[in-house]
Design a protein around this ligand. Structure first.
Ligand SMILES: [Zn+2]
Length: 189
């Protein structure tokens, strides 16, 4: 699969009946694997259960729909928004060299209660894909678990912190990560 991670927003209307989803209403969310990523479906739980489908979802979970707040209530503590924005940015870049950074950032956001893990799927090649959902916005993220070695964790955490504090650019971190990966590949031979 070309896309190792993928970001999808939660819809505001039911994918099956077309009605608007109501604030605090239970919502069924599903990811469907397509050629270059995923399609996301959000629906009333009952609609999802009753609907006939000729495809098997990659992942299904139940969450709670949260209506978007009025514009002036969207101000978040800066640090959290920054980490959140960084993850979104990285997911859009799809730079394979950043897979460790994306994963560690997602884990940090999960610990900070920004993201919740909804599912873990093992691919045929043994790769783990973790499905995270943003508790507030309902966006889902499919993040590849690079199965980091513990001795590399600290370095990746430092890269994340450097990005968040602006002391290193994405290009610098990406170049360093790529260099590190080549070194490890050489050591494994
Ligand atoms: Zn519906």
């Amino acid at each position: 699969m070309a896309t190792e991670w993928n970001i999808k927003s939660r819809a505001h209307v039911c994918a099956i009946c077309g009605e608007r989803l109501q604030d605090k209403q239970a919502v069924a969310s599903a990811l469907k694997e397509i050629k270059d990523g995923y399609e996301r479906y959000d629906a009333h739980v009952k609609c999802w259960k009753d609907a006939k489908r000729d495809w098997e979802p990659f992942s299904v979970w139940e969450g709670v729909y949260t209506a978007p707040p009025p514009p002036d209530a969207r101000k978040e503590p800066v640090a959290k928004e920054t980490a959140d924005e960084l993850l979104r940015h990285l997911c859009e870049l799809e730079d394979p060299a950043m897979k460790n950074v994306v994963y560690v950032l997602a884990v940090m956001l999960e610990r900070g209660k920004v993201l919740v893990e909804r599912d873990v799927r093992e691919q045929d090649d043994g790769t783990l894909l973790r499905v995270y959902e943003n508790r507030k916005t309902g966006e889902s993220f499919v993040v590849m678990d690079p199965r980091l070695r513990l001795e590399n964790l600290g370095e990746v955490q430092q890269q994340v912190v450097a990005l968040l504090s602006g002391t290193q650019t994405l290009a610098e971190v990406s170049a360093k990560a790529e260099e590190q990966e080549q070194k490890e590949a050489a050591a494994d031979d």
